[in-house]
Write a protein that binds this ligand. Structure first.
Ligand code: F6R
Length: 233
């Protein structure tokens, strides 16, 4: 893993943007994208740039079960507001959290991932080491599935909701196996709350107890961290 230390999330967003720009100049066509607070500075760089994304395809990591584009807290809504409304892409995929048949929706999403192999996968990391919503215990060869969110994840995400009871307890998430199929992976982490997970991901054993440690098995991973997130390395 290549580790890039930055002063803050703004500088991290600029670094990640350079990697995407470089990748696109070298033929990247499909971006794997994440939601949450971490990639916001990257999306700001993308939307304020003069780059054209209209030939690009995006495939997002996850969506809450029960939420769709018209719900303000859905990841589809987040992506539209933060990126796609300002920089149109050719095609954008986010799992369907409102599908009547979720198992079928998971299979369809795997088909989408297969048809659009990811050139650059953007990741954040959970305090418990999750990537996507693959919580501790998720298999490293996993595909898209419906997952139960852990208490730690529900608590971390309650800041986006009026009250903790409103946070969905399930999500549809791309599996670790599909994440590892991305040609290049860029994981960003900012703040002290991520320090333990960053330590486990980089220096700990490769174990499903620490989902992000699966990235040690990938040969092109760039980790962008601020001082606080890197403080336990
Ligand atoms: C979001 C996702 C999650 C987040 C992680 C960190 O699509 O897949 O793994 O990246 O929960 O969230 P933030 O960035 O809000 O700290």
């Amino acid at each position: 893993m290549e580790i890039i230390r930055v002063k803050n999330a703004e500088e991290g967003g600029k670094k990640a943007f350079e990697i995407i720009k470089n990748g696109m100049e070298n033929g990247a066509k499909v971006l794997g994208l994440a939601t949450g607070s971490t990639p916001i500075t990257l999306y700001k760089e993308m939307t304020s740039s003069d780059m054209d994304f209209s030939n690009m395809t995006s495939v997002n990591l996850d969506e809450y079960v029960g939420l769709g584009g018209s719900d303000d807290q859905s990841y589809r809504h987040f992506m539209n507001v933060e990126l796609f409304d300002k920089k149109p892409f050719k095609e954008t995929f986010v799992p369907d959290g409102k599908a009547a048949d979720l198992d079928q929706a998971c299979q369809s999403y795997d088909q989408i991932i297969e048809e659009h192999p990811i050139d650059i996968q953007i990741l954040g990391i959970g305090q418990n080491g999750h990537i996507g919503f693959n919580e501790p215990g998720a298999p490293f060869d996993g595909k898209t599935s419906v997952v139960d969110l852990t208490e730690s994840t529900i608590n971390a995400n309650k800041r986006f909701f009026d009250k903790v009871e409103d946070v969905p307890t399930k999500a549809v998430s791309m599996g670790i196996g599909s994440i590892l199929n991305g040609k290049k992976i860029v994981l960003m982490a900012y703040g002290e709350s991520k320090a333990e997970a960053i330590k486990g991901m980089i220096n700990g054993p490769v174990t499903t107890d620490m989902p992000a440690s699966a990235l040690q098995n990938h040969d092109d991973v760039i980790v962008i961290v601020d001082e606080a997130a890197a403080s336990k390395l």
